[in-house]
Design a protein around this ligand. Structure first.
Ligand code: AMP
Length: 287
């Protein structure tokens, strides 16, 4: 299987044009690289649904705040390419920031066109701690959609708010593709896979395990009949290791994204917390 690495927008567009002439079903898996089994599961799902699969690898500067980890974010393109080859990916699209954003140096909305998702969806959960983050995500994803013109795009439920916002963008802007949500992949001990897990020391990783344990506890209580989100919150919070710095633990309707006080089917229980300096997110959807 030949996997082609392309860094250039015009070049990938040529490939896409040829595929389109042959009525090929194209799948896109957008990533920031440092690929792990979570990304692999998205790629495998894409392979099952589509004739051709493009994986983008791009650490997108415009979705990082000034004090965030853009510079130290792991970049492992050789390994990523190897994994993509094994999984039968057709094209790995890995542009540079200059290729994506041209000569613009400020990379802000004073000189670039941005996509702004609805305020209510960005001014909560991760968006509260990361102002501008989802504008950056929506902007780069729309650019990738315009470049790759996929029929299907695959996103992990691990980034539940991102998934919700991108579905809304596709609907609101009449983008002609289907977003396919993919379940969270975890280590056997429950830790949700993330490229940022590589930042964790042994002890920080141990402490971080209590994040998924807290979610499990909430799910267990809910399954045995507790629906008051205050009680569920307290039960989850009590499981968190005292060195875990909780940013939020919230209950939202996964259909509307409204905050809810009585848990029910399709309730998103979302958590963000720091273990050491590393910010981690995780969630479950109650059944
Ligand atoms: P990232 O490279 O972190 O931007 O993630 C790229 C895509 O992979 C996003 O759609 C994520 O939601 C998804 N993803 C990341 N981690 C996981 C995981 N543990 N399980 C499933 N999908 C994931």
């Amino acid at each position: 299987m030949n996997t082609i690495l392309i860094n250039n927008i015009e070049e990938i567009k040529k490939n896409i044009k040829e595929w389109k002439q042959e009525n090929t079903k194209i799948g896109l898996v957008p990533t920031m690289g440092a690929l792990h089994k979570g990304h692999a599961s998205l790629i495998e799902t894409a392979k099952k649904t589509c004739d051709k699969v493009v994986v983008s690898v791009f650490v997108n500067p415009i979705q990082f705040g000034p004090n965030e980890d853009f510079d130290k974010y792991p970049r492992t393109i050789e390994n990523d390419l190897e994994l993509c080859k094994k999984l039968g990916v057709d094209i790995v699209f890995a542009p540079t920031p200059k290729e994506m954003y041209g000569e613009n140096t400020k990379l802000s909305n004073t000189e670039l066109t941005f996509v702004c998702p609805p305020y209510n969806l960005v001014d909560c959960l991760c968006g509260k701690a990361r102002p501008g983050h989802f504008d950056g995500v929506a902007t780069v994803v729309l650019k990738l959609f315009n470049i790759v013109k996929p029929d299907y795009a695959f996103f992990g439920q691990k980034d539940a708010q991102q998934l919700f916002i991108l579905k809304k963008m596709v609907k609101d802007l009449n983008i002609d593709l289907t977003i396919v949500p993919c379940p969270i992949v975890r280590e056997t001990d429950g830790l949700a896979l993330s490229s940022r897990n590589t930042y964790l020391s042994k002890e920080e990783r141990e402490n971080a395990l209590t994040i998924s344990k807290a979610l499990k506890e909430i799910e267990k209580l809910y399954n045995s009949g507790t629906v008051d989100t205050n009680i569920l919150f307290d039960a989850g919070f009590s499981i968190l290791n005292h060195n875990i710095d909780l940013e939020y633990l919230e209950f939202r309707d996964f259909e509307t994204f409204e905050k809810i006080h009585t848990a029910r089917k399709n309730t998103l229980v979302a958590i963000a917390a720091k273990s050491g300096k590393t910010r981690l997110i995780d969630n479950i959807i109650l059944g």
